[in-house]
Design a protein around this ligand. Structure first.
Ligand SMILES: C[S@@+](CC[C@H](N)C(=O)[O-])C[C@H]1O[C@@H](n2cnc3c(N)ncnc32)[C@H](O)[C@@H]1O
Length: 406
């Protein structure tokens, strides 16, 4: 994939808020160590856990129960006393806490300047986007009561006026989180690998589909929304989230990149947009963090908002039904260990059934894993579109998506 460096026009007159962040030599060393720890846990340790499962724990479970584990819960029981699993879990949990701790101090040092740039972006909107915050919006309890992903303060907390700290911690922490794993880039080298891949897929597969209005739900700071404007430059683009600091951060970035995006603080379960006002609704890493009843409300909201012929594409974790017991045990780790209590309940659903329940026709629903564009390469991507080769598995170079055409 050709990688185009950002031009001056793309960074506009507004300083890029990211450039205010200056970790010291020692802070960078610490961040690299944390990225390397995560890579070790998620690749090497995962492989060692799989060997322990295949060679020791699944046969031992069979000796006790007369069958090997039939689902993720039984695989979890089989692995409960396994030493490799304990080592994996403690290393992964500690690495997760260290991700955020490793960026907090440099963010704190730069915070006054970051807030000032975000204010400038909100006052001037040099790229033509907008930021609409709603201080009366009630942040849902499943966000406000826990530190999701173990991020201190979660997504929404504000410690000072016009705070952007959670936006900065999430963004820079996200880079440390994914640092050792090279699959999260968009065509401009930004961390929008999912948006890049889904937008490129839609454009390649449906060349006549030219969305006029695009909405990203649970956009956070919009990193997976930015690539849609690269691929559909004439579209009016909206991103909604309940967390003000993330929206301020994303808006400041987008305005500096020259991307006219309309960020607004809204609950995706009941937005203020008109019926049938979008051609494309997307989300990424969103539903597994919501109680399933909220997922149902949001899919119904998507049905209300989509024009006939419009698409919704939700990148998510693959459901239990698609994976073997070991992989279900592996993915569901976050439910109990990463403050994502809805994770297993979401994965136990049938995404197509949820879409049908929300009012979409079953024959218009899809579940599809799309290659990650940056790592797959455009030649192979074209062969994937032609149906000649499959996408890599979700999490190993592919992104699972579900959705429907209205
Ligand atoms: C894991 S993050 C999503 C990441 C983002 N889509 C990306 O790809 O980088 C989940 C986001 O959903 C937001 N959120 C949770 N419930 C919401 C709701 N009901 N409406 C809108 N946003 C919500 C959270 O504030 C958080 O920013």
């Amino acid at each position: 994939m050709p990688e185009a460096p950002l031009t001056k026009a793309e960074t506009g007159k507004l300083p890029l808020i990211d450039h205010l962040y200056h970790p010291t030599h020692d802070e960078i060393s610490r961040q690299r160590l944390v990225s390397a720890m995560r890579k070790f846990v998620l690749t090497d340790m995962r492989g060692k856990m799989k060997s322990a499962y295949d060679m020791l724990e699944a046969p031992a479970f069979k000796a006790r129960h007369g069958h090997t584990p039939r689902n993720g819960r039984e695989a979890d029981q089989a692995m409960a006393k396994n030493d490799v699993t304990h080592f994996y879990s403690s290393l992964r949990y500690n690495a997760q806490e260290m991700v955020w701790a490793s960026v907090q101090e440099p963010v704190e040092r730069a915070l006054p300047d970051m807030i000032s740039v975000a204010r400038q972006a909100a006052a001037t909107n040099p790229a033509g986007g907008s930021l609409t915050l709603d201080p009366t919006l009630e942040v849902p309890r499943y966000v406000s009561e826990i530190d999701v992903h173990l991020i201190p303060g979660c997504f929404h907390t504000e410690h000072t006026k016009d705070d952007v700290a959670q936006g900065a911690v999430t963004a820079f922490g996200g880079s440390v989180f994914a640092g050792g794993l090279s699959w999260r880039k968009d065509s401009k080298g930004r961390n929008g690998g999912v948006g890049e891949s889904v937008a490129f897929y839609l454009k390649s597969k449906y060349p006549d589909f030219k969305p006029k209005r695009i909405l990203d739900m649970g956009t956070s700071s919009g990193k997976n929304l930015f690539p849609y404007l690269d691929h559909f430059p004439d579209a009016e683009v909206h991103g909604i989230d309940v967390a003000a600091p993330l929206l301020r951060w994303g808006h400041a970035q987008a305005e500096a990149y020259g991307l006219p995006i309309n960020f607004s603080q809204q609950n995706a379960a009941h937005s203020n947009f008109a019926d049938q006002s979008f051609d494309l609704i997307v989300s990424s890493f969103f539903f597994h963090e919501l109680p399933v009843k909220v997922t149902r409300q949001i899919l119904a909201e998507c049905k209300r908002l989509l024009r006939p012929g419009g698409f919704m594409f939700h990148m998510e974790l693959p459901p239990h039904k698609d994976l073997d017991p070991f992989m279900n045990f592996f993915w569901d780790w976050d439910t109990l260990n990463n403050n994502e209590p809805a994770y297993t309940a979401f994965r136990s659903q049938n995404p197509t059934a949820l879409c049908v329940e929300a009012g979409f026709k079953r024959e218009n629903c899809y579940e599809i894993t799309i290659p990650n564009r940056a790592t797959f390469g455009d030649d192979k991507f074209a062969r994937f579109i032609a149906g000649e080769i499959p996408a890599p598995e979700h999490g190993s170079g592919g992104w699972y998506n579900f959705g429907a055409r209205a």
